[in-house]
Design a protein around this ligand. Structure first.
Ligand code: ATP
Ligand code: MG
Length: 420
C-alpha cells in the first residue's frame, strides 16, 4: 500500500465541512474589510525566501523543501505566504496606479520540514492578510481587529493577543549590540543552534525554545529599553487604537516571531486549547516596513498576519462549532430499472430548481432503496413507479412524517416550494 508522506494528511468527510466553514467565514470577514483575494504560486525561486524570510531563521536553514527542477532552477515550496505576495506586488507593480492602501487576503498550503505533532504538519494551510502602504497605526489596528472579529465570527472566544514592539532598524541595531554583549559571557550555556545565532542573528536566541528557560535568561536585555521615541509613539498609538476598539492584549517583551522581516509591531493570537500544547499560536503577524524594498520594490510598508488552519480546525471541532450533517432535500427512487430514465430527468429537474438531490441509480429492490433513503438525512423521497408515470405522476413522501401523496410531475417543484 502506498501511504501519504510523513507530516501530511487527507481531508475528507465531515472534516471538509470544517474547512469550508473556516474558509467561508474568513472570506466573509475579508470582504467586509474590503480586502481582495491574491493567489501566488506554491513554489517560487529559492532566493525569494532566503532573502525575504532571512538566511539565519529556522524556517530557511532547516525547514524548507528545496529542489531543482528539470531545467536546473533552484525552487522552494513556499513555507509562508508573505514573501510570494510581496514578490507579486513588485513584479506586477500593483502599487503603480494608487497611493491608497493595498489590501489582500490569501489562503492555501504551506510546506515546512518540521517534526510532526498535534497542530504541526509538513504540509499545512494558512489564511492570511497583507496590507501595503505608509506605516500607520490605524492600519495595524484594522488588521488585528480583522483577526479578532474573525475568531469571534467562528464562535471562538478565549483567544488571547500577545503584542510586542520590535522598533525601527536602528533600534534593533542597538539592541543587537546589547544582546551580544550580554549573551557572549554565557556562550557555553547556549544550545548549539544559539551559538551560531548569537553571531549571525542574536534576536533569534530570544525565540529559542531550548534556552529561554535557563537562569541567565531572566536578566536578558529588553527591547523596550532600546526603542527611540518615534517607535514608542507609534506603538502607543496602536495600543490606543486597540483600546478604543476594546480589544484586550498583553504586551510581551519576549515575542520576536520566527521570521526576520518584522519590525515595529509583532503579535500572536494564542489559544489555551488543551490538545494544542506546544502549538498554541493560531495566528502570527506584524509589520514589515523593509521587506518590499529588500526584495527590490519601492519603499512601501506592509503589515499582515497568517492563521494556521489545522490548529483552528482542532478548536472548531472541540467546541462543536460546525453543523457537520448536511441533509439532502430530495431522494429520487425509481421503483425498477424501467423507471430509471424518468427518475434521472426528474432528479435533474429538481436540482435545476435548487433542491439538493440524490438519485438512486442502483439495480436493487425498491425495499433496499427505501431503507437506504431512511438511513440518510433526507427530507423528502420521490418514488417514481410505472403506474404513476402513466398519469404523469410520482409519489412524494415526507421522510419524517412518512405521509405520502401523489403529485403531478409538472407540479412537483411548486409542491416542494410550499413545503420547504
Ligand atoms: P510556531 O512558533 O508554532 O512554529 P511560527 O512562528 O512558525 O509558529 P508563523 O510562521 O508565523 O508561525 O505561521 C503562522 C501560523 O501558522 C502559526 O501561528 C501556526 O498556527 C501556523 N503554523 C506554522 N507552522 C505550522 C505547521 N508546521 N503546521 C501547522 N500549522 C503551522
Ligand atoms: Mg515554526
Amino acid at each position: 500500500m502506498i501511504t501519504k508522506p510523513k507530516g501530511t494528511y487527507d481531508l475528507y468527510g465531515e472534516d471538509t465541512k470544517i474547512y469550508d466553514y473556516v474558509l467561508d467565514t474568513f472570506r466573509g470577514e475579508c470582504s467586509l474589510n474590503n480586502y481582495e483575494l491574491i493567489k501566488t504560486p506554491i513554489f517560487e525561486s529559492s532566493t525569494l525566501f532566503h532573502r525575504g524570510i532571512g538566511e539565519t531563521t529556522d524556517i530557511v536553514t532547516k525547514e524548507t523543501y528545496d529542489f531543482k527542477d528539470k531545467g536546473g532552477r533552484d525552487l522552494t515550496l513556499r513555507p509562508e505566504g508573505t514573501a510570494g505576495v510581496v514578490r507579486c506586488l513588485i513584479e506586477n507593480k500593483l502599487y503603480a496606479n494608487t497611493n491608497n492602501y493595498l489590501k489582500y487576503y490569501y489562503y492555501g498550503p504551506m510546506f515546512r520540514y518540521e517534526r510532526p505533532q498535534s497542530g504541526r504538519f509538513r504540509e499545512f494551510n494558512q489564511f492570511g492578510v497583507e496590507v501595503f502602504g505608509k506605516m500607520n497605526p490605524y492600519i495595524d489596528a484594522e488588521v488585528i481587529n480583522l483577526g479578532v472579529k474573525y475568531f469571534l465570527a467562528l464562535g471562538i472566544e478565549n483567544v488571547k493577543i500577545k503584542i510586542n514592539n520590535l522598533g525601527s532598524k536602528s533600534d534593533r541595531e542597538k539592541y543587537r549590540e546589547a544582546l551580544i554583549g550580554y549573551l557572549k559571557p554565557h556562550i557555553d550555556e547556549l544550545c548549539e543552534d544559539c551559538k551560531v545565532r548569537l553571531e549571525k542573528n542574536p534576536l533569534r536566541v530570544l525565540d529559542c525554545k531550548v534556552d529561554s528557560d535557563k537562569e541567565f535568561f531572566k536578566n536578558v536585555p529588553k527591547i523596550e529599553d532600546y526603542l527611540c521615541d518615534e517607535s514608542k509613539d507609534y506603538f502607543n498609538e496602536l495600543l490606543d487604537n486597540l483600546n478604543a476598539l476594546e480589544i484586550e492584549y498583553e504586551v510581551d517583551n519576549s515575542l520576536v516571531r520566527g521570521l526576520d522581516y518584522y519590525d515595529y509591531a509583532v503579535f500572536e493570537f494564542v489559544t489555551d486549547d488543551e490538545k494544542l500544547k506546544g502549538a498554541s499560536t493560531i495566528c502570527g503577524g506584524g509589520r514589515y516596513n523593509d521587506l518590499v524594498s529588500t526584495l527590490g520594490g519601492p519603499d512601501l510598508g506592509g503589515v499582515g498576519f497568517a492563521i494556521g488552519y489545522e490548529r483552528l480546525a482542532e478548536i472548531v471541532k472541540t467546541l462543536g462549532l460546525v453543523k457537520t450533517s448536511d441533509p439532502v432535500d430530495v431522494y429520487v427512487v425509481p421503483v425498477t430499472e424501467n423507471e430509471l430514465s424518468d427518475a434521472f430527468i426528474i432528479g435533474c429537474m429538481l436540482k435545476d430548481a435548487g433542491y439538493k438531490t440524490e438519485i438512486d441509480y442502483r439495480d436493487t429492490s425498491i425495499k433496499n432503496k427505501l431503507s437506504h433513503a431512511n438511513k440518510l438525512d433526507v427530507t423528502y423521497i420521490v418514488i417514481v413507479g410505472e403506474e404513476e408515470l402513466k398519469h404523469y405522476e410520482v409519489k412524494l413522501k415526507d421522510a419524517v412524517t412518512k405521509e405520502e401523496k401523489l403529485v403531478k410531475i409538472n407540479d412537483l417543484v411548486d409542491e416542494l416550494n410550499i413545503n420547504f
